[in-house]
Design a protein around this ligand. Structure first.
Ligand SMILES: *[C@@H]1O[C@H](CO)[C@@H](O)[C@H](O)[C@H]1NC(C)=O
Ligand SMILES: *[C@@H]1O[C@H](CO)[C@@H](O)[C@H](O)[C@H]1NC(C)=O
Ligand SMILES: *[C@@H]1O[C@H](CO)[C@@H](O)[C@H](O)[C@H]1NC(C)=O
Ligand SMILES: *[C@@H]1O[C@H](CO)[C@@H](O)[C@H](O)[C@H]1NC(C)=O
Ligand SMILES: *[C@@H]1O[C@H](CO)[C@@H](O)[C@H](O)[C@H]1NC(C)=O
Length: 323
């Protein structure tokens, strides 16, 4: 890449900031930007990809020979807005707040490492190497532009199905959720080996959240896959959609006929219990009253007794006892 002018460097913005009353310190800071109004040094450009949380190495364009040291150079690592690192005569002049404790430069090959990578580190970085000349001045040795792409993994998709109508219908609304990724994703789907189109909704701000929905008629057990592709990566999940069963009678509320039948059964049971209790009670009474009663000889007494003791069973037993 032919690098001719850099009028859009931070100094222009810096000058504007000065005018708007920002401190002199800022102006000094701005002074670290290296300006080349007419430079014919061709800047080598490479693209590097990094995942958030990992370390990345941004190579520069010069390796200091063993006969020399960093003292003979000025090295700038900068973006359009910021000086990431600036070394002059071996000393670290400045390190931007944004990158403090996250950068390191190799003192020989000038490779800058950045760790851990953040989403906001996605930028265009430029390494500029100046060498001390035999006279007082420095001259540009080389420049390198490193375009840093940052990738954030999307979460494994979460698929859920919502049966929309009561049983009997085959309509199902399927939702596929994945969150926290970068760059923008492409969502695709496969249903039983055939591609399906999701209707997707993506959050406005990054890292992005994706919500994909799909309306389906499930007439057979089928397998649905939701695939989230981003950069050269992808995450996916499978989901088994079951054919909906016919309505089961057990699931419907019992009819009046069933309720009445139950009530009749309960009544019969209660009557049976009452009869049984009555029988037991009679037997007990007979034992207490009848057996210890002196056996009457007079038929009149027997008749009177018959009236005293209720229940046919008792009467029968009493008669049997009096025989
Ligand atoms: C720079 O040197 C370091 C070791 O000091 C090495 O790990 C790295 O690969 C080198 N980078 C290049 C671009 O040569
Ligand atoms: C950088 O590291 C130093 C020493 O470990 C620590 O004192 C300082 O607070 C750190 N700065 C930031 C911004 O994390
Ligand atoms: C799925 O489709 C591919 C081609 O699209 C075919 O080769 C493969 O046999 C199919 N698999 C099934 C199980 O139908
Ligand atoms: C994305 O989803 C995560 C987790 O579900 C949530 O914390 C975050 O607020 C969401 N972000 C946006 C922009 O909706
Ligand atoms: C599902 O089937 C119903 C009728 O059986 C139809 O009205 C509806 O459009 C179908 N839905 C899809 C997504 O194919």
């Amino acid at each position: 890449m032919e690098y001719k002018s850099s009028t859009k460097t931070g100094c222009v913005a810096g000058a504007e900031l000065m005018r708007s009353g920002v401190t002199l310190k800022r102006w000094f800071w701005c002074g670290l930007f290296v300006l080349h109004f007419v430079s014919l040094v061709s800047a080598d450009e490479i693209r590097i990809k990094a995942k958030v949380g990992e370390s990345v190495f941004l190579p520069c364009c010069h390796e200091i020979p063993s006969t020399k040291s960093l003292h003979d150079y000025r090295v700038y690592w900068q973006t359009d807005q910021d000086v990431v690192l600036a070394y002059s005569s071996g000393d670290l002049l400045k390190r931007s707040e944004k990158y403090v404790n996250r950068t390191k430069m190799d003192q020989n090959n000038l490779t800058m490492s950045l760790f851990p990578v953040k989403l906001s580190d996605k930028d265009q970085y430029k390494c500029i190497v100046q060498q001390k000349g035999s006279t007082a001045g420095y001259h540009v040795l080389c420049e390198k532009i490193v375009l840093l792409d940052v990738v954030v993994d999307y979460s494994k998709p979460l698929i859920s199905a919502d049966i929309q109508s009561p049983c009997g219908s085959s309509e199902v609304m399927v939702t596929c959720l994945s969150h926290g990724g970068y760059p923008l994703p492409r969502v695709s789907g496969v249903l039983n080996n055939e591609s399906v189109e999701w209707s997707t909704e993506i959050s406005k701000t990054s890292p992005y959240n994706v919500t994909a929905t799909l309306q389906l008629n499930v007439t057979d057990d089928s397998t649905l896959t939701c695939i989230i592709e981003y950069d050269n990566f992808e995450v996916s999940s499978n989901y088994t959609l079951r054919k909906q069963n016919e309505c089961l009678p057990l699931l419907t509320p019992p009819s009046h006929g069933v309720i009445i039948a139950c009530l009749v059964l309960i009544c019969i049971f209660l009557v049976a219990i009452i009869l049984l209790l009555k029988y037991v009670w009679c037997r007990a009474r007979e034992h207490v009253q009848c057996s210890h009663y002196p056996v009457p000889q007079d038929p009149a007494v027997v008749t009177k007794m018959k009236k005293d003791v209720s229940g046919d069973l008792c009467e029968v037993t009493l008669e049997a006892a009096s025989d």
